[in-house]
Ligand binder design. Structure first.
Ligand SMILES: *Cc1c(COP(=O)(O)O)cnc(C)c1O
Length: 357
């Protein structure tokens, strides 16, 4: 008898980010800033000191402490992951079983349903309204009606760039007794974090990442913050050496440089505001998009019937953004990258550059 793949695995394909090389990458919500030369040379010194023949610290204690100090949380409540993506996988593995249901909102980060599916759980989705806001009452009601085991959503949201207020998230936590996974990947750009009360809720896991505002997407470093019971579960079920020695050591250094990180954050926000401003003016003056959504993240979502065409034409000009059905999600780049994008958009849409000003 020949070996057969299960139904679950038969149609799976590897994740494929945009292939090929492009001058301007505005498709992955990374930071456009490289670490400073000073910081890089400090990392070089650290590299000299670490012992790569030894296994890493399974609890990644030092980097968890630096993360905790950076954000003002109790280090005992912090668990490190190989990117928050790995933590999503760990959480789904640990908390979801075949027959369980996960509730997500639509649109939101696609990996939630992906990992839930791998765990054999079913995903129930609640659509967002025309403003792409989460209907909090609808979410609570759906979670109850469907008897879900877990609710997962990002705040602020990727891909919409919209954010819920703290009070709205608290209401979800209070009204539901299932697990709530709150993905705060973009919370450095916004002000409504629940990090400082993570330990007070018995059903909350908050995820943070160093891949966006902190500018370390290549390092693969994310964190889960939850009360002791949940943190113990995460540490117990993760693979022991999930975060490598280099990521632990480099992450610890970068998270110790608050001033530099705050400066980088301000630069990203400035670029984001400039990008949003220019896109809004294009929409107002030339009506070339259906909608440019305000944002509390480092990217801007644009609604347009011509999304696919614009996406393809940008690519031929060596600029990539994220194409999502009738939308384009555009990451704030450096001033020069933003200019390349905006000039290319003007060419594609046959607009005078004056619409940008
Ligand atoms: C980018 C992103 C992540 C993944 O972050 P990593 O730490 O790089 O794995 C998680 N959630 C959301 C919503 C993201 O946009």
């Amino acid at each position: 008898m020949a070996f057969q793949l299960s139904e679950k695995l038969k149609n799976m394909v590897p994740y494929e980010p945009i292939s090929g090389s492009y001058d301007v990458r505005l498709d992955a919500n990374e930071s456009f800033l490289e670490l400073s030369d000073d910081l890089k040379s400090e990392l070089g010194d650290v590299l000299q000191r670490i012992s790569l023949n030894r296994y890493p610290d399974p609890l990644a204690a030092e980097v968890c402490e630096r993360f905790a100090a950076y954000y003002g949380v109790d280090p005992d409540l912090v668990t490190a992951g190989n990117g928050s993506d790995e933590l999503l996988n760990i959480i789904c593995n640990a908390f979801l079983e075949p027959g369980n249901k996960l509730l997500t909102v639509l649109p939101d980060f696609s990996m939630y349903a992906f990992y839930a599916g791998l765990s054999g759980a079913e995903t129930v989705t609640l659509k967002k309204d025309a403003d792409l806001q989460i209907d909090v009452d609808g979410l609570i009601e759906t979670a109850r009606r469907e008897q879900v085991s877990c609710v997962m959503f990002s705040n602020p949201c990727n891909p919409t760039g919209q954010g819920l207020k703290r009070e709205q998230v608290r209401r979800i936590l209070k009204e539901l007794d299932c697990l709530v996974v709150l993905d705060e990947a973009y919370m450095d750009f916004y002000t409504e974090s629940l990090l400082d009360e993570a330990g007070d809720h018995d059903n909350l896991i908050i995820l943070r990442t160093c891949s966006k505002a902190i500018g370390l997407a290549g390092l693969r470093l994310g964190f889960a913050v939850a009360n002791r019971t949940l943190s113990n579960v995460l540490r117990a079920v993760k693979s022991p050496y999930n975060v490598n020695t280099v990521s632990q050591a480099f992450g610890a250094v970068v998270l110790s440089h608050r001033e530099e990180e705050q400066k980088a954050l301000a630069q990203i926000l400035e670029s984001r505001d400039a990008l949003y401003g220019a896109l809004s003016r294009m929409q107002e003056k030339a009506g070339c998009f259906e909608r440019v959504y305000p944002t509390v993240t480092n990217f801007v979502l644009v609604k347009t019937d011509r999304a696919q065409e614009i996406f393809e034409k940008l690519k031929t000009r060596s600029v990539v953004v994220r194409f999502m059905g009738g939308y384009l999600r555009i990451t704030a780049g450096s001033p020069a990258e933003n200019k390349r994008l905006l000039d290319a958009l003007c060419d594609i849409l046959e607009l005078e550059r004056t619409v940008l000003a």
